[in-house]
Design a protein around this ligand. Structure first.
Ligand SMILES: NC(=O)c1ccc[n+]([C@@H]2O[C@H](COP(=O)([O-])OP(=O)(O)OC[C@H]3O[C@@H](n4cnc5c(N)ncnc54)[C@H](O)[C@@H]3O)[C@@H](O)[C@H]2O)c1
Length: 274
C-alpha cells in the first residue's frame, strides 16, 4: 500500500534541523508539499533548498511558534502557498533542564509555552483549514478525506526524567491534548496521535560539553546533556544506541500516512526497546 502522501500539504514546525528536518525531507520525498517552519530562518531556508534540489516541493515560513500571532500567520502562509492543510506536525522545541528545587518560573513557563501552548494554538489556528474544510467535504460528498496531526512527545512525558520536570510536564500535557483532540476531531476524519521519543541523536542530546546553544532575541540557552548522563542513558537502551533523526521521522511519517488512517488518540513510544 502506498503511503498516500502524494500531493498532501504538510506543516512541520521545527523543520529546520533534527527530527523535524528528517520528517520534512521524508514527507517531500513521498510527494508531499511541505511548509518548513523554524525559529532559525537560515536552517529553514537551507532545508527548503535541499528539498528543492531533490525535486521536491517546500516553502519556508520562519518564526517563533510561541509568538501569539505566529500560528495564524503560519496558516495564512500555508493557505496562500498551497491552498489547504492535510498534515500538521507539532515538533518544534528545545530543552531547558534543571532540578525542581532550583527551577526558575521562567524556565518552567518556557517549556509549557513551546511544547504545550504552542501546539494548542497551532491546532486552534488550523481549525479552518482542517476541521472546517472536512465539515464542508462531509456536507458536499458525505465524507471527508483523512487529515493528520502528529504531536511530538517524549519518554520524559510518558515516564518522567530527573532534571526535566518542566519538559516532562509539557510533554505529558501534549499527550492530553492529543487524546482530547482525537475525540473532538475524529468525526471529521482527522487522526491525532503522538510519537514519544527516547534518545534520538540531535543537538538536544549531544554532550553538553560541545556547547550547542539556542539563541533568539536576548535569550541564549545551553542545549545537550552531560556526557556521563548520555552514556548512562545509552547503556539502558536494549538496542544499545540512540535512534537517528531518520528513524524518528519514519514513525512520524507513518502516523501522517494512509497506513495510519484508523489510528487515532495513540502515543507511540520510540525507544530502541526500553
Ligand atoms: N532528540 C531527542 O532525543 C528527543 C527525544 C524526545 C523528544 N524530542 C522532541 O523532538 C522535537 C525535535 O527536537 P530535536 O531533537 O530534533 O531538536 P533540534 O534542536 O535538532 O531541532 C528542533 C528545531 O526546533 C526549532 N525550534 C525550537 N524552538 C522553536 C520555537 N520556539 N519556534 C520555532 N522553532 C523552534 C529549533 O530551531 C530547531 O531547528 C522536540 O519537540 C523535542 O522535544 C527529542
Amino acid at each position: 500500500m502506498s503511503l498516500g502522501l502524494e500531493g498532501k500539504i504538510a506543516i512541520v514546525t521545527g523543520g529546520g534541523r533534527g527530527i523535524g528536518w528528517a520528517t520534512a525531507e521524508r514527507l517531500a520525498a513521498e510527494g508531499a508539499r511541505v511548509v518548513i517552519s523554524d525559529l532559525d530562518a537560515i536552517a529553514a531556508a537551507e532545508a527548503v533548498a535541499s528539498i528543492h534540489s531533490a525535486g521536491g516541493s517546500a516553502q519556508a515560513v520562519p518564526g517563533d511558534v510561541t509568538a501569539v500571532d505566529f500560528p495564524d500567520q503560519l496558516m495564512s502562509a500555508t493557505q496562500a502557498s498551497f491552498g489547504g492543510l492535510d498534515i500538521l506536525i507539532n515538533n518544534a522545541g528545545y530543552t531547558w533542564d534543571g532540578t525542581i528545587h532550583r527551577m526558575a518560573d521562567e524556565q518552567w513557563q518556557a517549556m509549557l509555552e513551546v511544547h504545550l501552548t504552542a501546539p494548542f494554538r497551532l491546532v486552534r489556528a488550523a481549525a479552518p483549514l482542517m476541521r472546517e474544510a472536512a465539515k464542508r467535504e462531509i456536507a458536499e460528498q458525505g465524507r471527508a478525506r483523512p487529515r493528520k496531526i502528529v504531536n511530538v512527545s517524549s519518554t520524559s512525558g510518558t515516564r518522567g526524567n530527573s532534571g526535566q520536570a518542566n519538559y516532562a510536564a509539557a510533554k505529558a500535557g501534549v499527550i492530553g491534548l492529543t487524546k482530547a483532540l482525537a475525540r473532538e476531531w475524529g468525526p471529521f476524519n482527522i487522526q491525532v496521535n503522538a510519537a514519544a521519543f527516547g534518545l534520538i541523536d540531535t543537538r538536544l542530546t549531544t554532550p553538553k560539553e560541545y556547547g550547542e546553544r539556542l539563541r533568539w532575541g536576548d535569550r541564549e540557552i545551553a542545549l545537550g546533556i552531560p556526557e556521563a548522563m548520555r552514556s548512562q542513558a545509552i547503556r539502558l537502551i536494549p538496542m544499545g544506541r540512540p535512534g537517528t533523526p531518520q528513524e524518528a521521522a519514519g514513525v512520524i511519517v507513518f502516523l501522517a500516512s494512509a497506513l495510519a488512517d484508523y489510528v487515532s488518540g495513540q502515543v507511540l513510544e520510540v525507544t530502541g526497546g526500553l
